[in-house]
Design a protein around this ligand. Structure first.
Ligand code: V47
Length: 364
């Protein structure tokens, strides 16, 4: 394999990775440009193995999207709707409570809850949702509200972000998911999501959360109009932020789904690109503990293969995923523990059911 890496012209990067030396921006660009997928995967696999051994993680989670009403209306998004759209919805506290109660007989350990930037729900709506969920299911970890929503909630609360987060934590917030990062590049944001919080703003919210002891994830939406350089700049900004705070848990590359979006003329991502994004991220983000292959977006088969290309996590049971399915995902809505365990075992890894903070619940 190492002679193949050498033939692929990546020997210098192999040597850096072997000696645990950080790879540069230019190295990252070369990895993205290389047509030698197996060579890039070999490097990523080395890093994965060093950090996570044989473990491959999954979680028993439930997704709740409390509202799709959004003032940002990003061009890549099929989920967000204007308030007056006939497809707009907004759950009451009782409706969210019903969703939680419906699954009380299942061993859900995490509720993943995100929505849009709603024009007029008050701050109390959000704290009430957290409190309600915790009242019904006190042990559950609530991973909710992207950094973009948190910035919006701070404006609603009329408080700085750190104080807002403290209020949300007191109401039951356990950690923050990785959405809303998209691509930090101002060029991409202007072309695809000009109303959205800036990349710097997103990073500032994440770092503020970390300073308060809240863990967060990070994502990158790839496969639309971004360049390789813009991808690496995004990863570089995340790597620098992680050097500062150490508060990121996982990085999740999100494969762009064009259907029903304002960018519907673009194609879906290729298998090559899906694996490359995971593998390059694993090599570049040497300070991120976990790289997640989100099976909902790339399909369970690709997520399985991804476990040999740098990923050590496949997300979880999910159920009722809306954001990707509105944009044309053909994957199922849910996977069972048995299916996830089989997928991971077949890939030669040890399935580990985890809590949100990667505490081990059960090793299979
Ligand atoms: O922020 C929107 C992206 C994100 C599309 O933290 C799209 O563990 C693809 O962030 N095609 C929400 N992606 C999902 C998300 C997430 C999912 C699973 C786990 C975690 C985690 C985070 O989905 C949005 C946006 O970046 N998105 N539209 C689309 N058409």
């Amino acid at each position: 394999m190492e002679s193949y890496v050498e033939k692929a012209g990546l020997n210098d990067i192999l040597q850096k990775i072997k000696s645990n030396e950080r790879i540069s921006r230019e190295d990252g660009i070369r990895l993205f440009q290389s047509p030698h997928l197996l060579a890039v995967g070999y490097l990523a696999n080395m890093v994965r193995e060093r950090i996570n051994g044989d473990n491959a993680y999954f979680i028993y989670n439930q997704h709740i999207n409390y509202s799709n009403i959004c003032t940002n209306l990003c061009k890549f998004c099929a989920f967000g709707k204007a308030k007056d759209s006939d497809k707009a919805y907004e759950m009451t506290r009782e409706e969210v409570a019903r969703k939680v109660r419906e699954r009380m007989d299942e061993p859900v350990t995490e509720i993943h809850m995100v929505g849009g930037i709603h024009p007029d729900l008050p701050f109390s709506y959000y704290t009430d949702l957290l409190k309600e969920i915790k009242m019904i299911r006190p042990q559950v970890h609530i991973q909710a509200f992207t950094c973009v929503e948190i910035d919006h909630l701070a404006r609603l609360a009329g408080q700085p972000v750190d104080r807002t987060l403290e209020i949300l934590m007191a109401a039951g917030l356990g950690s923050i998911p990785g959405g809303g990062a998209e691509v930090f590049s101002p060029r991409i944001r202007k072309l695809t999501c000009e109303n959205k919080l800036s990349g710097e703003g997103w990073l500032e919210v994440a770092k503020t959360a970390h300073r308060l002891g809240l863990k967060t994830n990070a994502t990158m939406l790839y496969g639309h109009i971004e360049t390789i350089e813009e991808r690496i700049d995004h990863l570089d900004a995340l790597r620098q932020a992680q050097d500062e705070t150490g508060g990121f848990l996982a990085f999740i590359p999100l494969a762009f789904h064009p259907k029903n979006t304002q960018m519907a003329d673009l194609s879906r991502t290729s298998g090559m690109d899906d694996l490359k994004n995971l593998a390059v991220a694993r090599c570049f983000l040497d300070n991120f503990p976990h790289i997640k292959a989100y099976w909902v977006m790339i399909g369970p088969k690709m997520a399985q293969v991804a476990l040999s290309f740098g990923a050590d996590d496949v997300d979880g049971t999910v159920k009722e995923e809306i954001i990707t399915h509105m944009a044309g995902a053909e994957t199922e809505q849910a996977m069972s523990i048995d299916e996830l365990v089989r997928l991971i075992k077949e890939a030669g890894r040890t399935p580990v059911q985890r809590g949100t903070l990667y505490d081990v619940i059960k090793t299979y």
